[in-house]
Each structure stands twice: as structure tokens, then as C-alpha cells.
Design a protein around this ligand. Structure first.
Ligand code: NAD
Length: 492
């Protein structure tokens, strides 16, 4: 057995343990055994990290670097990420159980996000205002907000960190990032690239720990913006924490995304899209297409094909490129899924396939599962399971499909499969979600905004707007008159 490796946090450019020496184990999802020791940040550690970020952004070299120079650091970071994608992907797979072929690809593609924001860094401009008063020249500067607290969950941490760090750093902010307690190693390995990329110490700090560390960070008085990705319970705490510092907040939360298949769809394509949507990443994706809504006239045939395809999925070692579906990240995840699959059946759902752990594999494996649901009010239909479990509903008319899709507290993403062009547009516009994919699923890009509505949160990540959101305009009024200020008691 490999020795357990000790990891440290990145604070003010130095790698440090927790100030009181406390640490916790990171467990391998494959064996359930500890494989890394991670510092449990104390409140004093969090305070040190936030103060370092504040100094770096106000008096350190970062504060006077030009936007073009900041962009160069981001470009180098992207280059390094692409070079090290194999090793970073491996660390992520080891810590989360996600398939290496996905984490390796993701690490490489994430370089594109840093390259996009590298190019965008010196495109942030203020404006001159056509002011309604004589002798005044009024303009705005777009300034960074200050210290950004970035809090990420365990799935796709590199991606979720990139969509926060890219725009925040391009806009001149500094960051304290809290890794997930379930998989901190990929974030700490990623942290090694910042020095090499030319970022001054303190610009990016990476801390580890549980809820208390997250609380200390997000309620710290010097934090100006919180960028959170995670579940709704933690999100409610985050919003409350922000009452302490009035930080701006963006929330990227979970979903129960509808995947609508009309009878006029390309059925092979829809089956593949549906498989990618729910069984990709073992369903542990915020945009998982976990609510199949299929037209009645093709439902039996569609489900037959889908069930056969689901049964044929090769489940196994995520390090093996032949594997198509790996384990769940934690045992807690497994229990949550088992509970809801049992409850769904008690409430009348019919299990078409799966619903159990595959024999002879590790602790947290779970079979691809399809539940045919007789009614939309079953608990499973609008509960995020974060696993490979698809619930199925049937519809007769387009209006009914839209109503079922919108019958949800969530609103992150949706898929629509139909070859009718006018219907594609109608349905895409009618669905209340932040992202709608038509005849495709799970595509992301640094150029396209990402985020939800309703219970899936607010704020957007990626795209130019995301960077804009990490700035604040300052309005500067200049009196150009040669005359002295006249009456001090009259507002101009
Ligand atoms: P989680 O909400 O339990 O934890 C997320 C992070 O918040 C962790 O780092 C955790 O330590 C921290 N945290 C927990 N309580 C906190 C508190 N009181 N104050 C501050 N920080 C706190 O989420 P998880 O179970 O690790 O991840 C799964 C969830 O993340 C799912 O709901 C999933 O849909 C969501 N998610 C959303 C997106 C998106 O972009 N919309 C992407 C991936 C995951």
C-alpha cells in the first residue's frame, strides 16, 4: 500500500500546515482507505490567507501590474495546466473516482478558460458619460472588487476553480479558494502552478478544511465577493455569512435538469445524448439530465433502447481508459442514492434497470439506474441525487412537455431533442433554465455563460459577463471650468 502523503495549504506564497497542526484524511473512493492527509484550516489560518490576499491586491506588485501583464500570468497558467493535465487528471481521479480519460481531458480543456480570460484581461474599459451638466468631464473606471472567496465542491474542482479564478484574476482581484474536504488534493496540486506562472505571492491562496473553514472565509470582513458552487444547504449558509461582510455573491447550485425527447427526434442521437447526460461522470454533474421527459408515442421503444444501452455500460476502474462509468465519490453519496431509489419504488416508480451495487466492485459503485415514474409528484422527480439515476416521465403534447420541464424548484440546464426547427426555438425559449442544449448535451465553453435560475442559484460563470461581474465601476467627476466653484450650498 502507498504511504499516506501529507499536503499543505498555499498561504501568501508559502506551503503551510494548519496553525494548530490539525489534519484530516482524504479517502480513496476505490478502497475507502485514507491516501492523503489534508490540513484543517483554523480561523487564524483563514484570516492569514484573507489578509495576504488583501495585501497582495492593495500594496503588492499585483496592484500595479497592468492588465496586459495580468493576462500574461493567466496565459502561462493555462500553458502549464495543459502541460500537466495528465498528472492533475490523475490526482483528481484518485481523489474523486472520476474517470481518468475525463479528468485528463478536462484539465487540458480548462487551459482554454485561462487563455480566454488572459486575452480578456486588457479589454476591460470604463466609459465617458454624456453628462447632463456643463463643464464636467465624467467617466467610469472598472475596478476589481478586492478579495474573492471561492468555495468549490468535490466534483470537477479544476473546472469550477477555473471559471472563478479566470475572470476574477483577469479583472485584478485576488483570491482565497477553499477546496472541497472530499477531494482537496487536485486543488493543492493545481496551486503549485501559480508561482511558476508568475503570480506574486498572496494573489491566489488555497485553503482546506470543512464547513467551519468555509464559514470563517465567507464571513470574513475583508472578503468582497463570494463565488460559491455546491449544494443548496451550504448555499443558504453562504448567503447568511455574507450578511457579515456584505460581499457580493454568486451561487452555482444543483439541478434536476429535464431532458425532453419528442417523437420527431433523431432517436439514436437522443439515446446517446441522454446517456451522456445522466451516466457521464457517474451522474455526479450539476447539469446531469436526470429527468427524462419523453413523448408517449415513442416512450416504450425509447426506454427499451436506453435500458439496453445502460445495461451495456462498462463499470470499473476509473484509471482504465476502457471503463465507461466509475464509482461515486463518497459513501454518503451512495447512501443518499440508495435511500431515494427505494423511496421512489415505494411511491410507485418501476425500476427498469440498476438500483443496486454491481457485484465484485468497490465500496461506492452503483449501477446505471432508470426509474419509470407514473406521476411527477414522486419525490425522486425533483430531488437531485447526484448519481447515475434517471427518472422518466411521459408527455403527449408540447405544452405538457414544457409544463413538466418547468415543474421544478431547479433551473440549471435542459436538453431538447427534436428535428423540428420551430419547435426547437419555442421550447428552448419556454424552459426556465440558465442553459438549454438543443440536440446536444453537456457542452461548455469559456465563451458561453454558465449558471442557473430559481433554486439553481444566481450569477453567471464563463463568458465576458463573468469578468465584468468581478469589477465595479468608479465614477470620476472632473470640473473643467476655469471659474471657481460658485455657491457651496447648491448641488450641481
Ligand atoms: P456542498 O454544498 O456540501 O459543499 C460545497 C463546498 O461548500 C465545500 O467546499 C464545503 O466545505 C463548503 N461549505 C459547506 N458548508 C459551508 C458553510 N456553512 N459555509 C461555507 N462553506 C461551506 O456540496 P458537495 O456535496 O461537495 O457538492 C455537490 C453539490 O454541488 C451538488 O448539489 C451539485 O449540484 C453542486 N454543483 C453545482 C455546480 C454548478 O455549477 N451549478 C457544479 C458542480 C456541483
Amino acid at each position: 500500500m502507498d504511504a499516506i502523503q501529507d499536503y499543505h495549504m498555499l498561504i501568501d506564497g508559502a506551503w503551510v500546515p494548519a496553525s494548530d497542526g490539525a489534519a484530516f484524511d482524504s479517502l480513496s473512493p476505490l478502497t475507502g482507505a485514507p491516501w492523503a492527509r489534508i490540513p484543517e484550516a483554523t480561523e487564524a489560518d483563514i484570516d492569514r490567507a484573507v489578509r495576504a490576499a488583501d495585501r497582495a491586491g492593495t500594496t503588492g506588485p499585483w496592484a500595479t501590474m497592468t492588465p496586459t501583464q495580468r493576462g500574461k500570468c493567466l496565459r502561462k497558467l493555462g500553458d502549464l495546466l495543459a502541460e500537466r493535465s495528465e498528472a492533475l487528471g490523475e490526482a483528481e481521479t484518485r481523489d474523486t473516482g472520476k474517470m481518468l480519460k475525463e479528468t485528463r481531458w478536462q484539465a487540458k480543456y480548462i487551459a482554454e478558460f485561462f487563455h480566454f480570460f488572459a486575452g480578456a484581461a486588457d479589454k476591460i474599459a470604463g466609459e465617458v458619460l454624456p453628462i447632463d451638466k456643463p463643464d464636467l468631464f465624467v467617466f467610469t473606471n472598472r475596478e476589481p472588487l478586492g478579495v474573492v472567496a471561492a468555495v468549490v465542491p468535490w466534483n470537477s474542482q479544476l473546472f469550477l476553480a477555473a471559471v472563478k479564478l479566470g475572470p476574477a484574476l483577469a479583472a485584478g482581484n485576488t483570491v482565497v479558494l477553499k477546496a472541497s474536504e472530499h477531494a482537496s488534493v487536485p486543488m493543492l496540486d493545481f496551486g503549485r502552478l501559480f508561482d511558476e506562472a508568475g503570480f506574486p505571492p498572496g494573489v491566489v491562496n488555497i485553503v482546506t478544511g470543512h464547513e467551519a473553514a468555509g464559514k470563517a472565509l465567507t464571513s470574513h470582513s475583508l472578503v468582497a465577493r463570494i463565488a460559491f458552487t455546491g449544494g443548496p444547504n451550504a448555499a443558504r449558509h453562504i448567503v447568511r455569512n455574507s450578511a457579515e461582510n456584505f460581499a457580493e455573491v454568486s451561487l452555482e447550485l444543483g439541478g434536476k435538469s429535464p431532458f425532453i425527447v419528442f417523437a420527431d427526434a433523431d432517436i439514436d442521437s437522443a439515446v446517446n445524448g441522454c446517456m451522456a447526460g445522466i451516466f457521464g461522470a457517474t451522474g455526479q454533474s450539476c447539469v446531469a439530465g436526470s429527468r427524462l421527459i419523453v413523448q408517449d408515442s415513442i416512450a416504450d421503444d425509447f426506454l427499451d433502447r436506453l435500458t439496453k444501452a445502460a445495461k451495456a455500460i462498462r463499470i470499473g476502474d476509473p484509471m482504465d481508459d476502457a471503463t465507461q462509468m466509475g464509482p461515486l465519490c463518497t459513501e454518503g453519496q451512495l447512501r443518499h442514492i440508495e435511500h431515494h431509489v427505494a423511496l421512489a419504488q415505494e411511491q410507485g416508480a418501476k425500476l427498469l434497470t440498476g438500483g443496486r451495487q454491481p457485484p465484485g466492485l468497490g465500496l461506492t459503485y452503483y449501477e446505471p439506474t432508470i426509474l419509470d415514474c407514473p406521476r411527477p409528484d414522486l419525490t425522486v422527480v425533483d430531488t437531485e441525487l447526484f448519481g447515475p439515476v434517471l427518472s422518466v416521465l411521459r408527455f403527449k403534447t408540447e405544452d405538457e412537455a414544457i409544463a413538466l420541464a418547468n415543474r421544478s424548484v431547479h433551473g440549471l440546464a435542459a436538453g431538447v431533442f427534436t428535428l423540428n426547427g420551430a419547435r426547437q426555438m419555442r421550447v428552448a425559449r419556454a424552459i426556465r433554465a440558465g442553459i438549454v442544449w438543443v440536440n446536444t448535451y453537456r457542452a461548455v465553453s469559456p465563451i458561453a455563460a454558465f449558471g442557473g435560475v430559481k433554486g439553481s442559484g444566481y450569477g453567471r460563470e464563463s463568458g465576458f459577463q463573468a469578468m465584468w461581474d468581478y469589477t465595479r465601476p468608479k465614477t470620476i467627476w472632473v470640473n473643467t471650468s476655469a471659474e471657481p466653484v460658485a455657491n457651496p450650498f447648491v448641488m450641481r
